[in-house]
Design a protein around this ligand. Sequence first.
Ligand code: NAD
Length: 733
Amino acid sequence: MTQFTKSIDADGVATLTWDTPGKSMNVMNMEGFQELDALIDDVLADDAVKGVILTSGKEGSFAGGMDLNIIARMKESAGDNPAKGLFDGIMATHKILRKLERGGMDDKNKGGKPIVAALPGTALGIGLEIPLACHYIIAADNPKAKIGLPEIMVGIFPGMGGTTRLSWKLGAMGASPLLLEGKLNDPKKAKAAGVVDEVVAPEELLTRAREWVLSEPKIVKPWDEKGYKIPGGEPYHPAGFMTFVGASAMVNGNTKGVYPAAKALLSSVYEGMQVPFDTALRIEARWFVNVLMNPSSAAMIRSLFINKEALEKGANRPDVADQKVRKVGVIGAGMMGAGIALVSAQAGIEVVLIDQKQEAADKGKSYSESYLDKGIARKKTTPEKKEEVLSRITATTDYAALKGCDLVVEAVFEDVGVKAAVTREVLAAVGPECIFATNTSTLPISELAKASDNPEQFIGIHFFSPVEKMMLVEIIKGEKTGDVAVAKALDYVRQIRKTPIVVNDARFFYANRCIIPYINEGIRMVKEGVEPALVENAAKLVGMPLGPLQLVDETSIDLGVKIAKATRAAMGDAYPDGAVDEVLFWMADEGRLGRKSNAGFYTYDEKGKRGLLWEGLEAKYPVDDEQPDLSEVQHRLLFAQVLEAVRALEEGVLEDIREGDVGAILGWGFAPWSGGPFSWLDILGAERAVELTEALTAKFGDRFATPGLLREIAASGGSFYDRFGTGADAKAA
Ligand code: NAD
């Protein structure tokens, strides 16, 4: 398959056009590299060629990056000695780009041909690393284009020369937001940051590139000349030293040492700046291999990119006709309903937002207004766009306005009776095609569906708070939910650009089922006399974004009390969390309800800024002199969640481990470095997981009992992903 084509004009300007067949944006793969390599040899050897333009045949973009499917499998496909195989493969790529960069010059930097990258727009990852190896970069002024190196966001770093070239070009300080945060810029900002050299009107891109090639420009890169000083100073220069001390502290503060890529990136820059350029590229390659050999990078790419995208594209969608939503009814204009109305209207869907009183409905709509006003202030949206979005939302108390809705989402009080009454009232107002969804977080869908004559058209669509920020939506099938309802929910989630998982009905569905035991384990440890700061830091040091005590402060302690009471009522004597409730109920009695009351496990100042852990906690639950090991606390906190995920799979609540992993990271921030609970178990190894759960059970009780499925996988010597696959066949048998 041809991905690059060559043409040469009368003045000897060769144009290499990258155009991956069948893709809307170019992505690089092994064949692409081979083609590019051969074409570079060709144009450099051809006396008729004076200079080269490297561009793309895609409108509005140069390239989206490396095919991540290839990166995810790089280690497996690198042979018996994968580290060596990877290193050799990466160095072969460096050689191609270095050849491009040298442009045919001799050792004395004489001769050679100018090579310009002409970017019609978006240039990401390898799509920017290749231009960085060219002699000049011109980008079309396309404000929607994104230019940058986002590799760090998926657990790797730019390892095809981008790390070295950008840090040598801009200095460690200048390159740091682009490399360490994966910051993307539009072309003008990329020019201001020094990433591209020139921005021109789109229609002038190729003319200007041609002009530059024919202008006899200087092509030697500064680092190939004697005496080059990297901007901002090298590591032993006083300024450079300051930068690296700060960057190292920042990286460790942000990553808590659990993301291997950020540290490897920094090491690559630090070590690379102390040696000649070609050695720096070898160092970059070695650190890149180090990251690729770490199972975390493949797990992150698999969950955060490949599987997330597969779920968004409908991997588990029933095969029924398009169910795109045209008009949605949202009942209950409280915190959740207001957010659901906003994201729906933003997606171009007409919204009817209903509450009991007109003021309440209006207040729900005004949430969208203030959200959009903030967007205008931050230049994320425009007054026209705001008006357009708001004009789609009708705030009313009149159920007759629901006529024509093809989906209604109910977000009224968490009460079976209230929800049943609302369901009946809605169904009397809408047509027979309309799908009814509930946003309940705790009530069984099959129970709520009894209020409908048509339980096949009844489904759970569970959003997380705040709706506009949280990317996961949990779709819950009741016993009788039909395929059309599932497809409707999935098509809706796609329209509002979120990531869906589809689970079966069971107490707390999937996400809350796993997160509640995490919070409870943290609180239980406080009761036992474990230092609260140890609990919180242990969680963060294993990659959880919030410790369990901070998390319950955020979600509110009275909600915890409410859930505990309802769970106890439902479970009776089997209820296992009495020790947790003692602490939780006492906190609620003390009026410490969490962030919302400016007092919880943490202290808060009058502006609501979180301070230290509350000292009163220690007075009530004294801290033991002897404290457990960090790893024991971490294992308790992680297994509390992970075992629930395995049980959800065993019980058929989860049908696909990809959903279990992606849902855990997006829904409650489960240690993203691990790729999710199932990936974490695979990294740990099932046998080791069995050993650990047996030890935890002996010491702390049956909540850590080893699930049969885990034992089975350990006995077979396999892993969850071996057993349940990674593609369309990932469904649990
Ligand atoms: P909320 O109290 O902020 O809002 C509920 C709204 O429903 C109120 O505005 C109320 O006036 C309205 N309402 C009550 N009865 C009504 C009726 N008969 N007709 C019309 N409107 C009525 O509650 P919330 O936090 O938005 O939660 C709503 C639902 O979403 C609950 O089922 C809850 O379990 C679920 N949920 C909440 C969260 C969360 O974090 N708060 C997360 C996921 C799901």
